[in-house]
Design a protein around this ligand. Structure first.
Ligand SMILES: [Cu+2]
Length: 409
């Protein structure tokens, strides 16, 4: 799965540098996108906004792809795709909610039950610098990771259902990158479309705050997000990260990500638990089809991680030390394995959204946990120019500016 990783990193790094230094890749990709738009009615579906209607909020789903995902005899059925720049529903806008999904080209739902996984998708803003990993040690290209989803498809409910006047601001000239890794557990190739639903407010209303994403990762910045899996009960803790002035404020939302086998992920501030996100398994879409239970060693329990709880309160002061600890117990939940039966690497990521320069007492906040309110709706059409990269997640460690923490499953 990791063979060819170095050359893939170099290839993608080279492409990325080309894209950012000469504009040639951007031109090529953008032309591809425009061409596709011309031949497709739309890859945007307008939906009904859920939060802040008085601010003229809008909700839309954008489709990315289609992507051809090889069968499981090729790189364990894993394939990564990278696009930049990528289409967003808006510019000069405040994004209050983001949720990813996966469908087939005809719009029908794809998940573990159909042998097609949204292993991960990550969005990053090339115009901003990541708060935790400001420079990429391989390419030197900065970029702010502002959204990530694994197959559990947890929303980044930044505004916590409209109770927080906060969102992620996308500037008029910001360039957004898109990276996805898809997984096929069938013996035949499959084609998938990634959907991302956004809710946003045009502009930046005076009463709203921009959030800074803080990506905490059990793996260090120069490694990528993967760590070796083990059997039984084990845990990994990140290197402590100290909050600087430009990332201190009120935490509007915190979400986590672990792989199958994970039980919970705890974000701690100054060694005290601040958000303990609990993993839930199974449910509609998250069970293996019967045919695959024989073919996927280690997945014979057939039930996969389907959600992680989220947290919505907290205060981050300058000098506070944050860590994230991912807890696994493979006797409780079956881990993911490669086709040869070996354990696939695991992850532990906590993503916080911080309304900088606010204090938790200065504005109203919600408390406790909240679950997704995503609107299930799919329409899939256009595709952009796609860079296909063979191999596993870790090869992206150097590819995307600042986003060394990758391979989100
Ligand atoms: Cu992952």
């Amino acid at each position: 799965m990791f063979s060819g990783m170095v050359q893939d990193v170099l290839l993608l790094a080279l492409c990325f540098l080309l894209a950012t230094t000469t504009g040639s890749m951007n031109d090529r990709v953008e032309k591809g996108l425009l061409k596709q738009r011309a031949s497709s009615p739309s890859n945007i579906t307008n939906l009904t906004a859920q939060f802040f209607p008085s601010q003229g909020s809008k909700r839309a789903q954008i489709t990315y792809g289609p992507f051809n995902v090889p069968n499981m005899n090729i790189t364990n059925g894993m394939q990564s795709f990278f696009q930049a720049p990528v289409e967003m529903p808006c510019k000069d806008c405040l994004v209050t909610y983001i949720q990813a999904g996966l469908t087939y080209p005809n719009g029908t739902y794809a998940n573990a039950n159909t042998s097609l996984w949204l292993h991960h998708v990550v969005l990053y803003n090339l115009n901003n610098v990541d708060a935790v990993c400001p420079t990429n040690l391989i390419t030197g290209v900065p970029g702010e990771r502002f959204f990530a989803s694994g197959n559990e498809r947890s929303p980044a409910n930044i505004c916590i259902n409209g109770t927080n006047n906060a969102g992620y601001y996308i500037g008029r000239n910001d360039t957004i990158g898109f990276l996805t890794e898809l997984m096929n557990t069938e013996m035949v190739n499959q084609t998938a479309v990634v959907t991302i639903e956004y809710e946003y407010i045009p502009g930046l209303p005076a009463s709203f705050s921009k959030v800074t994403p803080v990506w905490l990762d059990i793996a260090p910045c120069d490694q990528g997000s993967e760590e070796p899996a083990k059997n039984g009960s084990f845990q990994y803790t990140s290197t402590p990260w100290t909050a600087p002035a430009n990332a201190a404020g009120r935490i509007t939302c915190a979400i986590g990500h672990v792989h199958d086998g994970g039980t919970h992920i705890d974000i701690a501030k100054n060694n005290q638990s601040m958000c303990d996100a609990i993993a839930v398994y199974g449910g509609p879409g998250y069970m293996d089809p019967m045919g695959n239970m024989v073919n996927m060693p280690g997945m014979t329990m057939g039930s996969h991680i389907s959600s992680l709880s989220e947290c919505s309160t907290g205060q981050l002061n300058v000098g506070d030390s944050l860590t994230v600890t991912a807890y696994y117990n493979t006797t409780e939940y079956a881990p993911m394995t490669n086709t040869d039966g070996s354990l696939t690497p695991i992850m532990g990521i906590g993503l916080l959204y911080v309304a900088v320069n606010e204090t938790s007492s200065s504005t109203s906040t919600s408390s406790g946990t909240s679950t997704a309110t995503g609107v299930a709706s799919t329409t899939s059409k256009a595709a952009g120019s796609i860079m296909t990269v063979a191999g596993g997640s870790a090869l992206f460690a150097g590819a995307v500016g600042g986003m060394v923490a990758l391979g989100f499953a």
